[in-house]
Design a protein around this ligand. Structure first.
Ligand code: UTP
Length: 625
């Protein structure tokens, strides 16, 4: 039997003992339409100073369905945050007070350079680490964080659906999945006799990306991965805050809805923990968890060696990094030691690192050392964690990650905000709670090999100060061609120098357009094995290799060559290939008659002439032109 209003009221007195009516009269009137669970939530909200949420509520009988859905949302917000809404509001009050007081989060900490590995692409050590990494990969699980709004890029679809490069049109998620499957194959081959590995992939989505991600995977048959290998975990947004008292903001378009915004990629840890998947992985013998992001087409060139570093160094946490010029706008990996003895190795944002150094006895702040780079390497937010210590830590924290708040104040009194704010958290802040005995290190690789994300729209990219990375669709694609050309060069091929050109207002190096499927080469040793002496490629050339056993031997290319081959076909390509090839055409990103995927690059490919070789039957073949 439903309890009477009087009984309900008895339980809903707030702390000051004022009684219900004086606290939230409009809610009081509506108790008759609420369930006891909803009343519990209401009680909690009132206790946390949220009575304003009910100020506009009309009499029972008006909008009752919307009042119920308000509590559905409150229940969701409550269950998806570690510690519930009470913790969220209390954390918000504390962080907002710290922000108002201008409290420095690094007070009492002294920065120093942590220890890590700096790798040189292609040397013996690098090759050895790649071998170790491939061997370890069968004990790896990948986690792709792909819940972001992508506001800076402004692309209408999900970023995972964008082509990594235009010669093949292969999109990011396809490239990632094919790379993981290739690692799986290569790693299983190395561990002959043991059962074949299946490397799991988790994708963290959000309401903004979930259904498009599912559609993309399903309509492409998971790009060759078993659907059971892929787990999607959807992050929830968090409540927005209207003022320093952490009063929750109502949605300007719906007064029965709390306004929400993304909480950041740090959610991935709590989601992995609460989903129970970490336990499944432990039972399955998984040892490494690799976190990566939605649009870095170079990443898998850095994965085998970095995983090799984790395994050989026994790192619990390995942050992938690139060389960073002093004061460059990218976070620096830093060891922080507190006066009370605590220490941690974490990412410190560039605008905090320099003042922190100055305040702790380094009058010049962040300066380059004799390598020409800052001793604090640039964090690229790809992490390799050892599962067992990760699981132990999460068992204590439930995956809660240290948060921050970034309100935009109306004026210097810091009493009101220009627009609502919310708490945020970042995946890379995971090491903040680790004990000093945790083995936290980094792996530095050349930027050209490891990092070229697609984050900025053409207009903003064109405004990037000279010398800084554009991080646009244009630079992301050109980085693939540059990396592949440099790798072939290191393997002994004669590669033409790049020319410079300007697309969408961005000056970039244009190297020969070389692409290969992950199957062709995952490591530098693979490339060296498949590129024999005497190969040369001219600047106007395009080379697309789609096949595992394609070997280039004294090939001279001046034009476009595409080689497709099934795994069972071993193909040697030799001789001189010359044709008019494929030409890059300039495109204006404002020309809306051109698909957005293309115009955000500022160029399209005009296919004038090419040689396409396709091998669909098993056997040994030699093509000589
Ligand atoms: P970005 O910093 O690129 O943020 O995120 P974003 O949200 O995608 O883009 P902007 O800032 O709105 O322009 C780095 C990675 O973290 C994921 C993104 O999908 C991307 O892979 N991410 C970001 C999440 O998964 N969840 C979030 O709440 C935020």
């Amino acid at each position: 039997m439903a309890s009477s209003v009087a009984e309900k009221l008895a339980g809903v007195r707030v702390a000051d003992g004022d009684g219900w009516a004086s606290v939230a009269p409009n809610l009081r009137k509506n108790l008759v339409v609420l369930s006891s669970e909803e009343i519990e939530l209401a009680k909690m909200l009132l206790h946390e100073g949220q009575k304003h949420l009910f100020d506009h509520w009309p009499e029972p009988g008006v909008d009752d369905g919307r009042k119920k859905s308000f509590f559905d949302q409150v229940a969701r917000l409550n269950s998806s945050y570690p510690g519930g809404l009470v913790s969220y509001i209390q954390n918000a009050k504390r962080l907002l007070a710290d922000s108002k007081a201008g409290k420095n989060p690094y007070d009492g900490f002294t920065p120093s350079v942590p220890s890590g590995e700096v790798l040189k692409f292609g040397d013996d050590h690098f090759i050895m680490l790649e071998e170790v990494g491939v061997r370890e990969a069968r004990k790896a699980a990948f986690v792709l964080v792909a819940g972001g709004l992508g506001e800076r890029l402004g692309y209408k679809g999900i970023k995972l659906s964008l082509p990594v490069e235009t010669t093949t049109g292969r999109c990011f998620i396809q490239h990632y999945i094919e790379s993981i499957l290739t690692l799986q194959e290569a790693s299983s081959r190395q561990a002959q006799g043991q059962c074949k590995a299946e490397i799991p992939l988790v994708i963290m989505t959000s309401d903004d990306t979930h259904s498009s991600t599912v559609d993309l995977l399903e309509s492409n048959n998971y790009f060759g991965m078993k659907s059971t290998q892929v787990t999607l975990l959807k992050q929830e947004k968090v409540a927005c805050l209207d003022d320093n008292d952490a009063r929750l903001a109502l949605d300007p378009n719906d007064k029965y809805k709390i306004q929400t915004k993304p909480h950041g990629h740090g959610d991935v840890h709590a989601l992995l923990y609460s989903s129970g998947i970490l336990d499944v992985w432990r039972t399955a013998g998984i040892k490494w968890v690799l976190f990566f992001q939605d649009t870095n087409g170079l990443l898998f060139k850095a994965i085998p060696a970095s995983l090799g570093v984790s395994a050989t160094k026994g790192y619990h946490v390995n942050s992938l990094a690139v060389p960073r010029k002093a004061k460059e706008a990218i976070g620096g990996i830093t060891k922080l030691t507190h006066t009370d003895g605590r220490s941690m190795v974490i990412n410190v944002e560039y605008n905090q690192l320099d003042p922190l150094l100055r305040a702790t006895g380094h009058p010049d702040g962040d300066v380059n050392c004799d390598t020409g780079f800052s001793p604090f390497p640039g964090n690229i937010n790809q992490l390799i964690l050892e599962l067992e210590p990760y699981f132990e830590e999460l068992s204590k924290t439930r995956g809660a990650i240290s948060e921050f708040v970034n309100p935009k104040y109306k004026d210097s009194t810091k009493t009101s905000f220009k627009s609502s704010t919310r708490l945020e958290c970042m995946m890379q802040d995971y090491p903040k709670t680790l004990s000093p005995s945790a083995r936290v290190g980094f792996t530095v690789m050349d930027t050209w090999l490891a990092y070229s994300p697609v984050k900025n729209n053409p207009e903003d990219a064109a405004k990037v100060p000279k010398g800084n990375p554009y991080h646009s669709a244009t630079s992301g694609e050109m980085a693939i061609y540059r990396a592949n050309s440099l790798i072939l060069k290191k393997a002994g091929a004669q590669m033409a120098d790049p020319i410079t050109d300007v697309f969408n207002g961005q000056e970039v190096e244009v190297w020969p357009r070389i692409t290969w499927s992950p199957k062709w080469a995952l490591t530098f040793s693979d490339v060296k094995r498949k590129v024999e002496a005497g190969c040369s490629v001219s600047q106007i050339s395009t080379l697309v290799i789609n096949g595992q056993n394609v070997f280039l031997d004294s090939l001279s290319l001046d034009g476009t060559l595409i080689v497709n081959a099934i795994d069972e076909a071993e193909v040697k390509v030799t001789g001189s290939v010359q044709n008019k090839g494929w030409v890059l055409e300039h495109i204006d990103y404002k020309d809306t008659s051109i698909p957005e995927k293309t115009r955000i690059r500022g160029f399209g490919i005009q296919k004038i002439e090419q040689l396409e070789l396709s091998y669909t039957e098993p056997g040994n073949f030699c093509f000589k032109s």
